[in-house]
Design a protein around this ligand. Structure first.
Ligand SMILES: [Zn+2]
Length: 270
């Protein structure tokens, strides 16, 4: 088992290490045999040696034989190899980084909410793309986007889910902390999404759980034609929580939680 683990580490760190670690032999197209842990891999003509002498082996076949999950994102031309069980999903998710441009959102300690929202949403998007989902952002940079334009964009893109990403602030409670999610009402499919998001975000961050709320007053929840939820990642008005929200590690946990909540709602049979 030790040997297996070492090979996994190598292959994750540098792909060429994996290729070198595998015994490959042959001189022509179709004449390269690959053994993975002693077992011949059926690569049927896809492994070959180039005219320049490079040995080419199919990444997917080798990675999957080693127990990894491989996903391909055609729009960013990115292959993702992961050790965990990544579900393979299809569908369109729209993530909506709250505010932007002239709308900063909450602003504390020189930090604008719009920037935190964008950073967290971008990271969640890249995690979701690893499952094969198409993930679109209502804004990919710091710009004004109208509230109605956000959900109109989701409708135009035929989104299966819509999640708006925000950070909270309290004017009355300087010690307010925790993760809060919202949907239009308990009767809408967005409620299940909001519950799943709250659960997974609390799990990934260890933050206080402020539960799910009905927010028919929020335009993005009211106008979304698909299951929609809004997440508040923490309180910028509370200095300790603002410090956490600025930490790359904590943002990564929030993004993981958002991605997991969405994945749980899109996984067949879940
Ligand atoms: Zn906001």
């Amino acid at each position: 088992m030790k040997k297996r683990n070492r090979l996994y580490t190598l292959s994750l760190a540098v792909c060429t290490s994996l290729l070198l670690a595998l015994p490959a032999a042959g001189t022509n197209r179709g004449n390269v045999s690959i053994l993975v842990e002693g077992v011949p891999l059926n690569t049927a003509g896809t492994a070959y040696i180039t005219s320049g002498g490079l040995t080419m082996v199919p990444l997917r076949a080798v990675s999957e034989a080693l127990g990894f999950t491989v996903t391909w994102n055609g729009s960013t031309r990115t292959v993702s190899i992961t050790t965990g069980e990544v579900p393979v999903l299809s569908g369109v998710v729209v993530l909506d980084p709250g505010h932007g441009g002239s709308s900063a959102g909450a602003s504390f300690g020189g930090v604008d909410e719009k920037d935190l929202n964008l950073s967290i949403a971008r990271q969640a998007a890249s995690l979701l793309e690893q499952t094969g989902l198409t993930v679109l952002l209502t804004r990919a940079d710091d710009r004004d986007v109208g509230l109605y334009d956000r959900t109109a964009f989701a409708s135009l893109q035929k989104a299966d889910l819509f999640v708006s990403v925000h950070c909270n602030a309290s004017v009355t409670n300087p010690a307010a902390k925790g993760i809060y999610t919202a949907a239009y009402s308990q009767e809408t499919p967005g409620w299940t999404l909001a519950e799943a998001l709250g659960q997974s975000m609390v799990q990934s961050t260890g933050a206080f759980d402020l539960g799910v709320d009905q927010r028919p007053d929020l335009a993005v929840l009211r106008t979304a034609k698909m299951p929609a939820a809004l997440v508040e990642c923490g309180f910028m008005s509370t200095p300790e929580e603002l410090a956490l929200l600025l930490q790359p590690d904590y943002q990564a946990k929030l993004a993981r939680g958002i991605a997991d909540g969405i994945i749980s709602c899109l996984t067949p049979g879940a």
